[in-house]
Design a protein around this ligand. Structure first.
Ligand SMILES: C[S@@+](CC[C@H](N)C(=O)[O-])C[C@H]1O[C@@H](n2cnc3c(N)ncnc32)[C@H](O)[C@@H]1O
Length: 273
């Protein structure tokens, strides 16, 4: 298993345990950062992200292929809203979580979108923070094959010259300009909505930075110090084993600046020409 997959599985578990909903996307904050930065506020903002996604789905839509369906939380809420869905995601761990919460009528396929084979067609394909995991050309080619009417993408793109992938990291993280150029080159869809949502997503990282810098990191520092004082030998051994990782963790988080410097978050709707 790759590190990024293990991290997603862990985040899924945390999302289920802490927030109860299992959303694996960032939060949406149209009114800016919350007065009290808390996990509870983040959970609510993830729900607001879903509501914004729902509002972007064209009125005539009945069937949806949810590409990169995570723990099935979007699919469950969409099913409750009356849509007929199929889900796909390469992680069996996430799919098991999805099957537990979805009605049996919702098929969940364990496959990469690039490799997905089916005779079924859908009114639209949905990518909720999953488009950047998939190579651009096959993602759009497969979308043209499966989406009768159009596509909704709520995801981030790399800013030109920034945010390159770390070595061994999966995904494509292409730029918005590359995306538009490939849409034009394939000539199947036209862009009918394309909004920059970065400012409404950034508070996610402000909240995460705050929780880490103000609460969790000082707590870990205190525990380390107290443990070493009370148990000098075991404390020494624990430091030998975990010290470096903990030092790294305790460095101040600056994810808000880092994300804003590298990525733009967009809500895009494509329609078949
Ligand atoms: C950040 S999660 C988003 C999950 C969900 N859409 C949500 O909004 O909560 C990204 C999802 O994309 C999936 N994914 C990664 N690579 C993929 C691929 N090649 N094809 C389809 N899905 C993929 C991941 O397994 C995960 O389910």
């Amino acid at each position: 298993m790759k590190l990024k997959d293990a991290r997603l599985d862990f985040e899924a578990l945390m999302s289920e345990v802490i927030f109860g909903h299992g959303f694996l996307h960032y939060g949406y904050w149209p009114d800016g950062a919350p007065e009290v930065p808390s996990a509870e506020a983040l959970g609510r903002a993830q729900r607001a992200y879903f509501d914004r996604l729902l509002a972007a789905i064209p009125a005539e839509t009945e069937t949806i292929l949810d590409v990169g369906s995570g723990t099935g939380s979007n699919a469950r809420a969409l099913t409750e809203a009356g849509f007929k869905l199929e889900c796909l995601c390469p992680s069996e761990q996430l799919n098991e979580m999805a099957r537990r919460k979805l009605p049996e009528t919702v098929k969940v396929h364990t496959v990469r979108f690039e490799d997905f084979e089916s005779d079924k067609r859908f009114d639209m394909c949905l990518f909720a923070e999953s488009f950047h995991y998939i190579e651009l050309e096959p993602a759009l080619r497969q979308t043209a094959r499966y989406a009768r009417n159009g596509v909704v993408i709520f995801d981030y793109f790399r800013l030109p010259g920034k945010g390159t992938l770390a070595e061994g990291e999966e995904g494509t993280r292409g730029t918005h300009a590359e995306f538009l150029a490939e849409v034009a080159r394939q000539g199947v869809f036209r862009v009918v909505e394309d909004a920059d949502m970065t400012d409404a997503i950034i508070p996610t990282f402000q909240v995460l930075d705050h929780l880490k810098n103000v609460h969790v990191a000082p707590f870990v520092a205190r525990i380390r110090k107290d443990y070493r004082k009370a148990n000098p030998v075991r404390g020494f051994l624990a430091e030998l084993l975990l010290g470096k990782a903990l030092n790294r963790f305790q460095k101040p988080g600056r994810r808000a600046q880092s994300f804003a410097g590298k990525f733009e978050y967009r809500l895009i709707r494509l329609e078949r020409m």
